[in-house]
Structure formats: C-alpha cells, structure tokens
Ligand binder design. Structure first.
Ligand SMILES: Nc1ncnc2c1ncn2[C@@H]1O[C@H](COP(=O)(O)OP(=O)(O)OP(=O)(O)O)[C@@H](O)[C@H]1O
Ligand SMILES: [Mg+2]
Length: 279
C-alpha cells in the first residue's frame, strides 16, 4: 500500500485479535500511525487499549493478525521492536526510593549509554525537574512523577513511544504539563501512540484519533473529520458558562497554552458542543 511518495507508517496494525479465555477483547483491529504523529486510541474501561499496547510492545502475543512497529513485525522481530520503542504504562514505573536523577541514571546505565549523568541532567531540564532532581521520587507530586516516568522512557531516543493513559489521575494543571511534554516530543519527530479515556486529551493532542469499541476500531480520523460525523454545524449564541476546569485554572493562576483554547468569539459549533461556546 505504501508508495514512493508516502513513507512507511511507524505503526501498522492489521486484523489483530486477542481473547482471554472466553472473553474476546480484540476482534480484528486495523490502523496505521504515520511517523512523527500523535495517535490517540480512545476507549472506555475494558475496551482493550492496554491489551493492544501490550501486543504492540511485544509483552503479549496476538491470537491473529499482524502488527509492525518501526518496520519490524512484533511477532517475528520482538527484539528489534523493543529497541525501537518505549512504553510508559498506566501505572508509573518510577522507583520511589531513588531520587529523580538516580532513576534516570539507572535507566541510562541499563541501556548501556555513555554519560548517564549528562543524559539525566538534560532530561531533568527538559521536563522542568532540575530542582527536584536531587529529591526522592516519593516526595514528588503525581504530575512530577508522571513527567519523570515519561522522561525515563525517552532515554535512548526511541523513535516510537507508547503512553498508556498518561494523565489518568492527574489534576488539570499536571495534565496540561504532560500534554505540553507530549507535544514537544512529537515536534522532535517521535511517533506517539497514546491511549486515553478522555475526549479532551485526544482533542488537545492527537493528529488522528481512533475509537476502539467492542473489539474494533469504529472510527479513525482527524478531529475535524470526527466532528463532521455529527449533524451539520450551526451558529448558536449562548452565554458563556465557564467550565469548572476554567474556574480552577483561573483560581490557581495557570496560564498554560493548552488552557487558552477558548476564543472569545462566537464559533460555528455542532449542537453537541454548543454549550461550551462563548460570545
Ligand atoms: N491477562 C488478562 N487475563 C484475563 N483478562 C484480561 C487480561 N488482561 C486484560 N483482560 C481483560 O480484557 C479486557 C480489556 O482490558 P484492557 O486492560 O486492555 O482494557 P483497557 O481499555 O486498557 O481498560 P482501562 O481503560 O480500564 O485501562 C478487560 O475486560 C480485562 O479484564
Ligand atoms: Mg488500560
């Protein structure tokens, strides 16, 4: 399917199936992820998002179908896949007894990299953790821990990273920090596949969004394409009702770029989102 003008996708998933005993979780999942893009896999609890990520990161074998990551088949070339990826799981892999910096140095050493100290310092700086770097990770807030976790997964510059629910359990500010981190990664050319249950997370971050439901991808498109699935847009004038998140972020004095999404002009809107529009 690839042509000379179109580079091979960073991730290709074709007909993946997986059951646990009688429970058929994945019933034939297909999608491609373009290199250097952010792809969000949306689905409710138990939809099979983590199962798919575990298959793509070679931790679990599929029952049927094929998948390639960075050009390597996950079943035939698991070692090559592992060298091309990092996985940040749903539950943070940070060692709480170690400091942030020690966590990073440890991973760099495990990956046999030169200058682990310098690598750790660069990542601490990139993620705004320089000051906290000498403190035990046990003392970090949830957002700091997440950022440390993601920074640990970047050691060795893997071209493809999997983030399984990167912001579950974080407060709104910490979520925005993680979003900015993920955007930075993609700008640097890393391919990001993230799973989330949050529609706004996919909306903020993803170049493409796929919805996993009852074992299959039921929609896959850009945000604009997905919005077109709703009835035609109409202009509505509604009084501004700040969301609780707006109130929270204003009260805590946050001015991050992701929070400035709401324009103060009236926008054409589908009926489903009309309540969030302002005048
Ligand atoms: N090792 C396993 N053995 C048996 N059942 C499993 C196993 N792993 C996952 N499942 C089941 O497969 C289904 C999909 O689980 P999965 O963790 O992939 O969902 P998810 O989309 O990641 O959900 P969440 O949003 O809660 O993280 C669930 O019903 C789960 O109980
Ligand atoms: Mg999961």
């Amino acid at each position: 399917m690839t042509t000379a003008t179109q580079p091979a996708p960073a991730i290709r998933v074709q007909g993946i199936e997986k059951s646990f005993k009688d429970l058929q979780v994945l019933k034939g999942v297909d999608f491609d992820v373009k290199a250097g893009s952010i792809f969000a896999l949306l689905g409710s609890n138990g939809a099979g998002k983590t199962t798919l990520v575990r298959i793509l990161s070679t931790l679990l074998k599929a029952d049927a179908g094929t998948a390639t990551v960075h050009g390597f088949d996950v079943a035939a070339k698991p070692n090559d896949v592992r060298e091309s990826i990092s996985l940040t799981g749903q539950f943070a892999a940070v060692d709480e007894v170690l400091t942030g910096r020690e966590n990073l140095v440890l991973v760099a050493k495990l990956r046999h990299l030169k200058n682990p100290g310098a690598i750790a310092d660069d990542l601490l700086a990139m993620f705004g953790l320089t000051e906290a770097g000498g403190r035990r990770a046990a003392t970090y807030s949830g957002g700091m821990r997440r950022r440390l976790d993601i920074s640990m997964s970047l050691i060795g510059d893997p071209p493809v990273i999997f983030l399984d629910e990167p912001t579950t359990g974080l407060d709104p500010q910490a979520r925005i920090e993680v979003w900015q981190t993920v955007k930075q990664l993609a700008k640097g050319g890393t391919t990001v596949l993230l799973t989330t249950q949050y529609l706004d997370e996919a909306e903020q971050l993803a170049d493409r969004i796929a919805i996993l439901h009852e074992g299959r991808i039921i929609q896959n498109g850009t945000l604009a394409e997905l919005k077109q699935l709703l009835p035609a847009a109409k202009v509505e004038y509604v009084e501004k009702q700040p969301s609780l998140e707006d109130v929270f972020l204003t009260l805590v004095g946050h001015t991050g770029e992701a929070a400035t999404d709401d324009a103060d002009t009236t926008r054409a809107s589908g009926s489903a989102s009309a309540g969030k529009e302002l005048r």
